[in-house]
Write a protein that binds this ligand. Sequence first.
Ligand code: MN
Length: 479
Amino acid sequence: MTTAEDLLKRAKERNVTIDGDLLRLAYDFAAEAHKGQKRLSGEPYFTHPIATTETLIDLGLDEATILAGLLHDVPEDTSVIIEDLQKNFGNEVAQLVNRVTKLGELRYRGVERYQENLRRMIIAMAEDIRVIFIKFADRLHNLQTLGALPPEKQKRIATESIEIYAPIANRLGMGELKGAIEDAAFPFALPKSYEQLLKRIREPISERRLYLTNVQNILERELAADGIDVVFVDGRAKHLYSLYRKLLNHGDDIAKIYDLVAVRVIVKNVSDCYAAIGTIHRLWTPLKGRIKDYIAQPKPNGYQSLHTTVFCEEGKIVEFQIRTQAMHHAAEYGIAAHWQYDEMGKQSVRPTAERFAWVKEILDRQAEIPDREQYLESLKLDIFRDQIFVFTPGGDVLQLPEEATPVDFAYAIHTDIGNRCVTAKVNDHIVSLDTPLHSGDVCEIIVDKNRKRANPDWLDFVKTAGAKAKIRQSVRRHE
Ligand code: MN
C-alpha cells in the first residue's frame, strides 16, 4: 500500500508544499478510522482516500485540500466526528471535510433529482471551489473501481458522472480531468456504443500513430533548424468519449475527424508558438478556415493554444496544437492550475484574472441576487452555457448544443428515427419539431414507419452538424 512517505515524495515531485508531520498525522488518523473496512472489490477501504489524495496532489492543490482528501470519508463512514478533525487539523481542513460530507452522494434519479444535484454541486462550488476538486478526485477513483459494483449501480454512477461532473470540470477548464472522468464512465454508461467505437477506431488509430511518428521526426528537425526552443512534440489519441461525441456531430464519418490523433507541439514561449506555426505552414499547406488563434482569443473556459490543420506528408490531413508549457498545464488542470499559481504567488504568463473572470462573477453575483432560486438558475446557465442535457422517456441522457431541436435529438438517437420523425412530445406535450429543447426536458419522438425520407425544410432549424449531414444524405438518396 502507498505510504505517507510515498505521498510526500509525490507532492515534492509536483512542487506542492506540504507539512510532512501533518500529512503523516492525517494518514495515520484516516488509516485508523477505516481500519477493517473493505471496498466492494475486497480491497482495504483506505486505498480509496489514498487514490483520491494522489489525484489532488497531481492537480497541484494546496495543503488543506490534500489533507481533506485523505480524511474525506472519515466522518461519513466512521464514528469520528468533525470536532475531532478540528482539534487535530484545524478549522480549514475540518470545514472542507464537513462540506464534502454534506454534499454527499449526487445521485441520478430522474429529472428532478438531476436538477437538485446540480444545484447542490453549484452551491458547494460557490462556497469553496476546493470541495469540488475533492469530489472530482473521489469520483474519479470510484469510476476507476466501478467494475466491482452491480451493473445497475455502475450505469447510474457512470451516467451521472457524464451528466454532472464532466461538464463542470469542462467549464472549469480541467480538460484532462473531464476526459479522464468521461472515459472511465463511457463503457458503463453506454456499453454498446463503447464496444462499437473501440472496434471501429482500433486500426485507424494504430496506423495513424505510426504515420505521426514520421511527421514528428520531420517537424522536430525543422523546428530545430529554425532555431525554435521545443519542449516536446507528441501525437496523442483523442479521449474516447470526446471522439464518440464528435462522431455523433459529424454524421458518423470517421474520415472527417482530423484530430483522431492530433500532434501537440509544446514550446518555450508565446513568440515560439507563432514561429512554430510558421514552420508548419512552410512545410505543409494549411486547410482554409482551420487556423485558430486561441492565444489571442482564449476559449470561454480559458483554453489557450494555436490550432492548424494541414495537408501533411502523403497529402494526409493532420491537426497541430501549439502552445507553451504554462498553457499546456492550464489546458490540463484549468482552474486548479490557476489556484496553484496563486498559492505560490507567482506571476504567470497568462492573464489569469481575466481567464477565470466568470468564476469571480459567479461568486460576486451571489451578493447581488438576493433570491436564492434565481441565483442558482443563473449559475446553471453559466456552467452549461453551450450545452444541454435532454432525456429519453427511458431515462437516457443526450448531450446537445444549446437551442437543439427535437429533430437534432431524433438524429442523435438514430438516423432512422431522425428520417422518420413526424412529431415530438416534450415533457408530455406535443410540440413542433423546431422547438428549442432545454436541459432537463424529457423528449419523445413519434415516428411514421412508412416514412422514408427526411424533410429538407428541417435544414433551416437543426443545430447539429450530424443532423444536417444526415438530412442532406437522405434527401439526396431520394432525389
Ligand atoms: Mn470517497
